[in-house]
Design a protein around this ligand. Structure first.
Ligand code: KIV
Ligand code: NA
Length: 262
């Protein structure tokens, strides 16, 4: 089959093929992205901000992640579907992490989970992997630590980044996100690791790239990080379409004969 499995995803690094990943949170978007050929779809806990309108990624619950992951997995035929474990489900020990990730795999049809962390999550990653649950790690900027950090900053401690990345790989992670790290550090880490690195704000030296889909489509209102490239202006197009619809309803131009039954 055409399906991208975890082993196929990992093999793409060996074959020198760059991996494309985007987030999605519902059926329609996931179907569009899958049909466009994206290699992996992440049901990110960014949905807390992007879909639910919270200020941070902390409020989204496991039940809510599962609800959205079901919609995404239902649509996807080819891409590898990965689901974020929400705060603080994987900080409660290996047992709780397996319980949470087990629910994701049993209930949603997704193939893997992602969690924020490296060195200090090594035991949890190893526990999940021993249960047959593929784990993607997330190193560098970790949005779930926003309260501790007091904001979102580029992570420049290369020694720490390398230690986190190696710990995640040694614990059995099949890949990792590298978020907001200098391009040179990301390049070094990517060369050192045998598993793929997926960068966001980490430069071109990673094995793949990920963006929040709302950001790359120009759907996000307000602040957009420097690392985002907008490939469309859907916010502008949707706004124009909605205004035109309102005008036509008010003027009686819609519905016309074409949209009416005899
Ligand atoms: O939650 C998310 O969308 C993510 C990606 C941006 C990597 O973790
Ligand atoms: Na996330």
């Amino acid at each position: 089959s055409d399906r991208i499995t975890v082993p196929k995803f990992v093999a793409m690094k060996r074959d020198g093929k760059k991996l494309s990943m985007l987030t999605a949170y519902d059926y329609t978007m996931a179907q569009l992205l899958d049909e466009a050929g994206v290699d992996s779809i992440l049901v990110g806990d960014s949905l807390s901000m992007v879909v639910q309108g919270h200020d941070t990624t902390l409020p989204v619950t496991l039940d809510e992640m599962i609800y959205h992951a079901k919609m995404v997995a239902r649509a996807v035929k080819r891409a590898l579907v990965i689901v974020d474990l929400p705060f603080p489900s994987f900080h409660l020990g290996v047992y709780s992490a397996i319980e949470a990730a087990g629910r994701v795999l049993k209930e949603t049809g997704a193939q893997a989970v992602k969690l924020e962390g490296g060195v200090e999550q090594a035991e949890v990653i190893a526990g999940l992997v021993s249960a047959g649950i593929p784990v993607m790690a997330h190193v560098g900027l970790r949005p779930q630590l926003v309260m501790q950090m007091g904001g979102y900053k580029v992570q420049r401690d290369e020694e720490q980044l390398m230690a986190d990345a190696m710990a995640a790989q040694n614990a059995g992670a099949f890949g990792m996100v590298l978020e907001c790290v200098p391009r040179s550090s990301a390049e070094k880490i990517s060369a050192e690791l045998s598993i793929p690195t997926i960068g966001i704000g980490a430069g071109v030296g990673c094995d793949g790239q990920v963006l929040v889909v709302n950001d790359m489509l120009g759907l996000t209102g307000g602040y957009v990080p420097k690392f985002v490239k907008a490939y469309a202006d859907l916010r502008g197009q949707i706004s124009t379409a909605a205004k035109q619809y309102c005008e036509e309803v008010r003027s009686g131009a819609f519905p016309a004969e074409a949209q009416s039954f005899k």
